[in-house]
Design a protein around this ligand. Structure first.
Ligand code: FAD
Ligand code: DHB
Length: 399
């Protein structure tokens, strides 16, 4: 068996694992990233699109934001379409902050390029990954690459392997508490070669359910439809998808999305999930490995980036001074932001999906809430403050 030694062993090359490797490299700390999928699969996986300002700032301040600055689409507001009445929430005016639309796969591409320039290892297509001796000061990661079993010995392991990874399940059940809610619906998402007909996102609630209009560029639209959590895609030919999207999204002012060839389709279930604490011994969980939010608040990728900022800072301090204080605070500090995002994501999801319950009282209450949220400046400010995201800390570059 081949043994390799590094300071931090990182499991998973999603946005969390790649960004951690990058921030550690900038702090002069060695890492090895291992990923069970192929590089093309990781780059092509279509997922999030909305970056909070603090995620954008983190990328720019750490030298991986130049393409994001050129190609990202800054948005000052969003629209909410309440049964045909489309109203705008001006987030920039209400909060002084904005979001940027830039595909998660573009973020991943930029981070893989930065890893390549760093010369530090990033291994794709590994298998049989397992983690060991988590409570010792030299934990190990074992895996197979090119039919050879290898072992990484390190000071810390970062579990950045997403919701279905192996790191979280390697923590003994008595040391971890799970909080979970599964929703009775999912999203059918598409990419279409159609120029966006609105410069900003449209979140829509219609009698037939939720729909979301988003984009990836001046030529590509990204759209989602509320569906069953186990919806059978074979029942959704392109014409049916467009009929449903047009019905649910068009508003009384005449706005509707442009139609074009569909290039990608997928169904995602929805859950809220938190594992506490986000640490066991020398294993630190970050991103989707520790928490999942339903996508309506656009928070998942941004939470992963906030965890990573904290973890990189805590690890750097430990290697600089031997002081474990930030490592010891890591889980509590992350969880405060995680629970704020959980509450916001649950609220956006329950407010914008159909049916909340089959009790007509709840439908009328839901409509009243949406009227309030799209008309009261105080309510709009609260939504906007959460949507654009709170600063990760007072100053990202502050240390
Ligand atoms: P992942 O991206 O899941 O990365 C984990 C990596 O670990 C993967 O590459 C996986 O292959 C790898 N891995 C798994 N098991 C192993 C193993 N055993 N060994 C080695 N590697 C392993 N978030 C937002 O902020 N804004 C949005 O607008 C948004 N929209 C979304 C829309 C959809 C349809 C979906 C599905 C998600 C959306 N999200 C959004 C959530 C966002 O995509 C995730 O929160 C984000 O990918 C989390 O990053 P991560 O690195 O923690 O996990
Ligand atoms: C996108 C995804 C989301 O979950 C969301 O809330 C807004 C936009 C997107 O993929 O563009």
């Amino acid at each position: 068996m081949k043994e390799i030694r590094t300071q931090v062993g990182i499991v998973g090359a999603g946005p969390a694992g790649l960004m951690l490797g990058h921030l550690l490299h900038r702090a002069g700390i060695g890492s090895i990233i291992i990923e069970n999928r192929a590089q093309d699969y990781v780059i092509e996986r279509v997922r999030a699109g909305v970056l909070e300002q603090s995620t954008v700032d983190l990328m720019i301040e750490n030298g991986v934001g130049s393409r994001l600055q050129r190609e990202g689409m800054p948005h000052d507001g969003i629209y909410i379409n309440v049964f045909g009445k489309r109203r705008r929430i001006d987030m920039a005016e209400l909060t002084g902050r904005r979001i940027t639309v830039y595909g998660q796969n573009e973020v991943v591409k930029d981070l893989i390029a930065a890893r390549g320039s760093s010369g530090r290892p990033l291994l794709f297509e590994v298998s049989d990954v397992s983690v060991h001796d988590l409570e010792s000061d030299q934990p190990r990661i074992r895996f197979t690459k090119d039919d050879e079993v290898r072992e990484i010995r390190c000071d810390f392991i970062a579990g950045c392997d997403g919701f279905h990874g192996i790191c979280r399940p390697s923590i003994p059940a008595r040391h971890i508490r799970i909080y979970e809610r599964v929703y009775p619906f999912g999203w059918l998402g598409i990419l279409a070669n159609a120029p966006p007909s609105s410069p900003e996102l449209v979140y829509s609630l219609h009698e037939r359910g939720f729909a979301l209009f988003s984009m990836r560029s001046n030529a590509v639209t990204r759209l989602y439809l509320q569906c069953a959590p186990d919806e059978d895609l074979s029942q959704w030919p392109d014409d049916r998808i467009w009929d449903e999207l047009l019905t649910r999204l068009q508003s009384d002012d005449g706005w509707k999305p442009n139609v074009g060839p569909i290039t990608q389709k997928g169904v995602t279930g929805m859950r809220s999930f938190v594992a506490e604490p986000m640490r066991f011994g020398r294993l630190f969980l970050a991103g989707d490995a520790a928490h999942i939010v339903p996508p309506t608040g656009a928070k998942g990728l941004n939470l992963a980036m906030a965890d990573i900022w904290r973890l990189s800072r805590a690890v750097a301090r430990y290697f600089e001074s031997g002081c474990p204080d930030l490592l010891d605070q890591y889980s509590d500090d992350c969880l405060r932001r995680v629970w704020r995002a959980q509450q916001f994501s649950w609220w956006m999801t329950s407010m914008l999906h159909q049916p909340v319950t089959d009790n007509p009282f709840d439908s009328r209450r839901q409509r009243a809430e949406l009227e309030y949220v799209t008309k009261s400046r105080a309510a709009m400010t609260s939504l906007a403050e959460n949507y654009v995201g709170l600063p990760i800390e007072e100053s990202i570059s502050g240390g």
